[in-house]
Structure formats: C-alpha cells, structure tokens
Design a protein around this ligand. Structure first.
Ligand code: ADP
Ligand code: MG
Length: 225
C-alpha cells in the first residue's frame, strides 16, 4: 500500500497547457461531428456509415483529450462544499454503468451511510469517471467486476474503486501520476494525473493496492473537525 498523493505536484509540468487553444479546437470539432452524423444519416449507405462511425470515434477521442487537458490546466481552487459522497456516486452511476456494459463489465455499488465531506462535485465525478474507466479498460472485455465502495474508517471517509484485472506491475506503480504515462495504444496517460491532482485539492490521500488478481484505488477524505 503506497501513498502517491504527493505526486500531484508533478502536474505543474503540464499545468500551463494552452487552455484557450483547446477551447478554440473544440468548437470546430463539435461542428464537424454534427455534420458527419447528418451526412451518415442522409446517405443510408452501410459502408459509408461505418466510415463515419470511425470518424466520429476519432473525433470523440480528440475531444476526450481536450477535456482532460482543460481540467488539468485549470488552476482554480476546488469549490469545496460539504456534501454526500454517495449522492455524487449515484449521480454519475448511469454513465459509469453505460461504459461498463459497453465493455461487458459489471459494476456494483456498496455504499455505507457515510458523513458528508468537503467535495467539489464536478471534480469527484471526473475522479470516478477516470478510475472506473481505467478499471474497465484493465479488464479488457473479459467481463470483470468493478466495485465502488464507501465506508467510514477511523476519522476518515473512504472511497474505494476496485477491479479484477491483471494488476499494475511494480515498476509502473512507482511511476503512477506521471503525466502521459500510458501502457495503452490509444491512452492519453492523463487520467491518473488528473485524479492525483483532484485528490490533492481535496486535502485527501490516494493509495493503491494491486496484485495479479486486481487493483484497488482508495481515497481517504478527512471528516470535519
Ligand atoms: P491511460 O488510461 O490513458 O493509459 P491513466 O493515467 O488513466 O492513462 O493510466 C495510466 C496507466 O496506469 C495505464 O495505462 C495503465 O497501465 C495503468 N493503470 C491505471 N489503472 C489501472 C488499473 N485499474 N489496472 C491496471 N492498470 C492500470
Ligand atoms: Mg485512463
């Protein structure tokens, strides 16, 4: 069990990514996407439709990358308010379930009644999305199980996201949090970096437990004093 929260500091390296450029690129991408869908629909040609599908997937991927940069580059402080972690999980659950189902994975919630903690709801949604996405990708269509748990431990509220994928090799665990670190063909290597930064902003701590039977990311939130 290793504490990797301080690695959020590494994020300053990419903190100054061109936010305005990202904004400028996203608008034309959205327009192109809309027109592509319109053309695909008009043509009614199966072969063309599959080309458009690929184009749209690639556009969506470009958009994903931009989204990750945007969040990353934001230097604003998190808007922390006392709220229910379980409520945030329920709010994003439909999206997580859709992602899991698309990759033949199951997703299960085990939420204990936990006290409210200081949260930025948007950031916690992003954190859940990035961690669950990694969990699903780790199980690569093998139909694994993602579990999201909350519970109280000592004077902390714990959020745990686990999978039964192949685990993370020791040499990689040491580097987690480094921007652009990826083992995936089409990975951005930004997902975890963003998670560390979010955790850091919350004054929380993230730990990872991993072995060849699976991986679990645990985030420890402080209770109000
Ligand atoms: P990306 O998903 O784009 O590769 P991330 O920052 O989200 O970037 O993850 C970095 C790397 O950490 C991944 O490429 C993968 O090798 C490893 N990783 C992260 N989460 C898991 C997990 N749950 N199981 C196995 N490996 C993981
Ligand atoms: Mg990822």
């Amino acid at each position: 069990l290793e504490n990797i929260a301080e690695r959020a500091d590494k994020m300053n390296v990419v903190g100054q990514m061109a936010v305005s450029v990202a904004h400028e690129i996203r608008n034309p991408l959205t327009t192109v996407r809309g027109y592509l869908q319109f053309i695909a629909y008009k043509k009614g040609d199966k072969a063309l439709e599959s080309c458009y599908e690929i184009l749209i997937e690639e556009l969506d991927r470009a958009n994903d990358i931009i989204s990750e940069y945007l969040l990353l580059a934001k230097e604003k402080r998190a808007k922390l308010q006392y709220c229910s972690l379980n409520k945030v999980i329920h709010a994003i659950y439909p999206l997580l379930e859709t992602l899991a189902t698309a990759d033949k994975a199951a997703i299960r919630l085990q939420l204990a009644p936990v006290p409210d903690v200081l949260l930025d709801e948007n950031e916690i949604r992003q954190l859940l999305l990035n961690l669950v996405r990694n969990a699903i990708e780790a199980m690569a269509h093998k139909g694994g199980l993602v579990q999201i748990r909350t519970y109280k431990e000592a004077e902390q509220v714990v959020l745990a996201i686990s999978d039964n994928g192949p685990g993370i090799p020791a040499h990689l665990v040491e580097q987690l949090g480094t921007p652009f670190l990826t083992t995936k063909d089409t990975g951005t290597g930004l997902g975890l970096s963003i998670c560390y930064r979010i955790v850091h902003r919350h004054g929380a701590v993230m730990k990872v437990k991993t072995d060849p039977a699976g991986t679990e990311f645990l985030i420890y939130f402080k209770l109000p004093v």
